[in-house]
Design a protein around this ligand. Structure first.
Ligand code: B12
Length: 317
């Protein structure tokens, strides 16, 4: 198991299971990677303390992944017009050596990617432009499902772990939540001609405010030209019934994150329509309850996209 001190990125305690620590790099390699002159690196070290932490006089300088991460933050801040002093201060603060002892819960983030580490760092630094940029890059690179599962969720879990342990980071959770919401809405193509004649209704269970996964699902379905109707957080049961009567959706997806909001009775209150409406229960909030027979449980995003598409438009050839 990795020891935290040598982990590639200790900011949010994000260490990948079984990961081989990245080697440290000599000045020339770091200069090449950042596209700056070696002399600049020496100046940044001398003037701002942005040098190799483990360097001993007389030995060749070697930059650890943490050292390089700080330089990358310095460079990104410079690119955004900060003065060298401001950029250095930001980089040192945003990637400070962890003084706070890390609670066990946040040390292991299975499946976290390099982008996830970058997102964790930027979120903790409350660096909205970098958070937004990283989300755009992740979605462009691998799509909304991979961005959610491999980049966003590991960081949400790490932030939640820190909140559960110390009560800290609520501001980080909210910032991340709003940035992900905006990124997923921006990644949702407007459908003029959806493949499904009747919409897929997406909503949270009554009082349930964890709606983020529904925005990811909507973006993923829209990218397959499956049209949805987003009703969002905490939809009262009678409003759900009214929406079904008015739109006769092909399917209903109800999200419950918290067990206290996973009450199966809400499905019984859905009125029958002339045309059949398939119902799905998604989220950990339904985990501990028996869902009505006509309701299908979906446990993963990718599976949900496939299942819902298959139900409302048939499997794409
Ligand atoms: C963002 C967030 C919020 C935001 C939600 C904003 C929004 N628009 O969604 C806000 C700030 C509003 C919020 C509020 C609260 N929250 Co909150 N929140 C979170 C947080 C950080 C992320 C939620 C999320 O989207 N997770 C992503 C989930 C879905 O990922 P996952 O669990 O890894 O997913 C698994 C499955 O669900 C599935 N999956 C993932 N995505 C998808 C998508 C689809 C379509 C499908 C089918 C499956 C699927 O695959 C995964 C592997 O099995 C979680 C912590 C966490 N990591 O979940 C806390 C968390 C859920 N919240 C918690 C709490 C306690 C609250 C509050 C009660 C706090 C308070 N006192 O006010 C309120 C409740 C408000 C309410 N009425 O619902 C606790 C719940 C503890 C518990 N009992 O279960 C958590 C776990 C934090 C913690 N560490 O304790 N929260």
């Amino acid at each position: 198991m990795n020891s935290v001190a040598t982990g590639p990125d200790s900011m949010l305690g994000i260490t990948l299971q079984g990961e081989v620590p990245e080697p440290s790099l000599p000045v020339a390699a770091v200069a090449r990677r950042l596209g700056v002159a070696p002399a600049t690196l020496r100046t940044w070290d001398r003037r701002y303390g942005l040098g190799p932490r483990g360097h001993t006089t007389g030995r060749h300088r070697r930059y650890s992944p943490d050292d390089v991460a700080r330089l990358e933050l310095m460079q990104r801040a410079l690119l955004r017009g900060a003065s060298p002093a401001e950029a250095a201060e930001y980089a040192l603060k945003a990637h400070a050596e962890p003084e706070i002892p890390k609670p066990k819960a946040v040390e292991e983030v299975p499946d976290g990617s390099t982008l996830a580490k970058g997102l964790g760092r930027a979120a903790l630094a409350m660096d909205t432009p970098s958070v937004q940029q990283l989300l755009i890059e992740a979605i462009e690179a691998d799509g909304v499902v991979a961005c959610w599962d491999r980049v966003v969720r590991p960081v949400l879990t790490a932030v939640a772990g820190r909140w559960a342990h110390s009560g800290a980071c609520v501001e980080v959770e909210h910032l991340l939540n709003e940035c992900v919401l905006a990124a997923m809405i921006a990644a949702t193509p407007l459908l003029t001609r959806a493949r499904n004649p009747r919409p897929v209704l997406l909503s949270c269970a009554p009082e349930e405010r964890h709606s983020l996964p529904l925005y990811v699902l909507r973006a993923a379905l829209a990218r397959r030209e499956v049209g949805t109707q987003m009703l969002g957080a905490a939809l009262p049961a009678d409003a759900l019934a009214a929406a079904v009567r008015r739109t006769a959706p092909a399917a209903i997806v109800l999200w419950a994150q918290l067990p206290r909001y996973g009450d199966p009775a809400v499905f019984q209150r859905v009125p029958r329509t002339r045309q059949k409406t398939r119902m799905f229960g998604c989220g950990p909030g339904w985990a501990a309850v028996q869902l009505p027979d006509q309701v299908q449980r979906l446990d993963a995003l990718a599976e949900a996209v496939d299942q819902i598409e298959a139900v409302v438009v048939g499997v794409r050839k």
